[in-house]
Design a protein around this ligand. Structure first.
Ligand code: SF4
Length: 298
């Protein structure tokens, strides 16, 4: 197929726009969307220290590459990366993320569940079964990355979430009947480093192609526990439905944003956990998980 803009060979077809694009027009379209997201949400300002939560997978590696180039001429912006080794045998290898960051001339802080919490995801799964692997892993990783970011003066934490991730999250909240999460507005929380998601309006397959075009050696395997999450079911359903109705994921993301606006001041009291110091609501989920997991070990 030929590019609809210049007649060179196309590298991708976008079902939602009806366009075939060559590499140059695909990259230009991709980067324009990511820059528009940053502008729309006012996600970058002078003197920001932006840290990419770098897993070494396609999304976060592509994001680091994109931000590195975007900020190359910005002496007023610092870019770094944070990677966390959750302790998942045969999957998570932090040296991969470090190598990618190094190849882009970016510093990378490394932390691990074993060092910080004294337990790995593999050990949690061995004790609790693998059905709760993602909910435990996600909570502990978010808490750890936030603490590292805050302690290193990071002003924005950049996450590689793409359109598919965002749409899945909205649909998961609907399926769980979780109205509180749906209407929870984006707001400043003391102790919580603000998060930015420049790829949130870009489909996963386009992020994968962008990573493939620019980044060498990113992790291509999926986590062995990923199939257990509700997210895996939702991904399948949503991809199937979107193949017949191409704008569905955009509609879901817009719905999520609209709900967030309607939520206004909702969101409940947040305070610093007395035990770990991280921001939390009525109780600290990370501390609950650690108590549960570590006391089971006794
Ligand atoms: Fe953790 Fe689940 Fe992601 Fe694996 S898929 S890294 S267990 S959150």
């Amino acid at each position: 197929m030929r590019c609809d803009k210049c007649r060179r060979g196309a590298v991708i077809f976008q079902p939602y726009s009806g366009l075939h694009l060559c590499e140059a027009h695909f990259v230009a379209d991709f980067e324009a969307k990511a820059k528009r997201a940053i502008r729309t949400h006012h996600w970058m300002k002078s003197n920001d220290h932006i840290a990419v939560a770098l897993s070494g997978g396609k999304d976060s590696s592509a994001l680091l590459w994109f931000l590195k180039n975007l900020t190359a001429q910005r002496k007023d912006i610092t870019l770094s990366a944070i990677t966390v080794d959750e302790g998942i045998g045969g999957y998570r290898d932090p040296s991969l993320a470090v190598r990618i960051a190094k190849s882009l001339g970016t510093g990378c802080l490394v932390a691990s569940f074993q060092d910080e919490y004294g337990v790995t995801v593999d050990e949690i799964v061995a004790k609790k079964g693998d059905s709760c692997s993602c909910s435990y892993c996600g909570v502990l990783r978010r808490s750890l990355i936030n603490r590292i970011a805050r302690e290193h003066g990071v002003t924005k934490l950049a996450l590689g979430f793409n359109l598919d991730d965002e749409a899945q999250s909205v649909l998961m909240n609907v399926l769980r009947g979780d109205a509180n999460r749906l209407i929870r507005p984006q707001r400043h929380i003391d102790g919580m480093v603000p998060r930015i998601r420049p790829f949130m309006y870009i489909p996963e397959r386009e992020v994968a192609l962008y990573a493939h075009l620019h980044v060498e050696g990113f992790e291509r395997e999926r986590c062995p526990y990923a199939h257990n999450a509700l997210r895996a079911d939702v991904r399948g359903v949503l991809n199937d439905y979107t193949s017949r109705h191409p704008s569905t994921k955009y509609s879901l993301v817009r719905l999520g944003e609209r709900f967030g606006e309607l939520g206004g001041a909702a969101g409940g009291e947040i305070h610093a956990c007395e035990q770990c110091g991280e921001p939390c609501g009525a109780s600290c989920r990370s501390c609950q998980i650690l108590q549960e997991v570590l006391s089971n070990a006794a």
